[in-house]
Design a protein around this ligand. Sequence first.
Ligand SMILES: C[S@@+](CC[C@H](N)C(=O)[O-])C[C@H]1O[C@@H](n2cnc3c(N)ncnc32)[C@H](O)[C@@H]1O
Length: 197
Amino acid sequence: MTARESRTEFWDARYREDDTPWEKGYGAPPLAEYLERSSFKGRVLVPGCGFGHDVRLLAQYGAQPLGLDISPTALARARSFKPVAEEDYLRGDLFTLDVSLKESFEGIFEHTCLCAVDPSRRPEYAQAVADALKSEGELLAIFFVKIEDPEGPPYPISSDEIDRLFHPFFDTVEHWVPGKSFPGREGREQMRRMRKR
Ligand SMILES: C[S@@+](CC[C@H](N)C(=O)[O-])C[C@H]1O[C@@H](n2cnc3c(N)ncnc32)[C@H](O)[C@@H]1O
């Protein structure tokens, strides 16, 4: 089995076995809070979208989001929801994005995908999201900065590491601690809005 197949099998088995503690049944409160005050329009990629709650939330606020996930089970469930507007879903691996998707998004929304990726692959993650965005495209991210359990996934990330990984491609436009979070995640998340140079 290749590394890619085993990654797909790991995540798909979690969905098939209903072992999905991250699945909350609705879009991320920090995203909803952001969309109430700012628009996030155009084509927006949502890597590791799972059941697609964030995708549909973005669509509700006028974006044209594309939810990407390696798990066919997660995507079948995402597609089973009533469409909101212009959302779409694609089965694929962020690390091997088709060339047709390069430099094709105005925005990317990161939520619980980076923290699910092995930390050794974070530089590849930063490169992949930079490659997918158009020039001056924006990455809006909810980062997990505090997780008590050292055994990931999820794996936490520090502010210094965020700077180190993303600042070669992006400038940080804004950062803040969300006022609203899923129960149990309060004070553990940090938001960043970064613009690709
Ligand atoms: C912790 S889950 C979070 C799902 C969703 N964002 C949520 O909050 O409900 C991580 C997701 O990332 C997906 N994933 C992991 N590695 C991926 C990759 N390389 N490319 C695309 N999706 C990936 C998994 O299949 C899984 O759905």
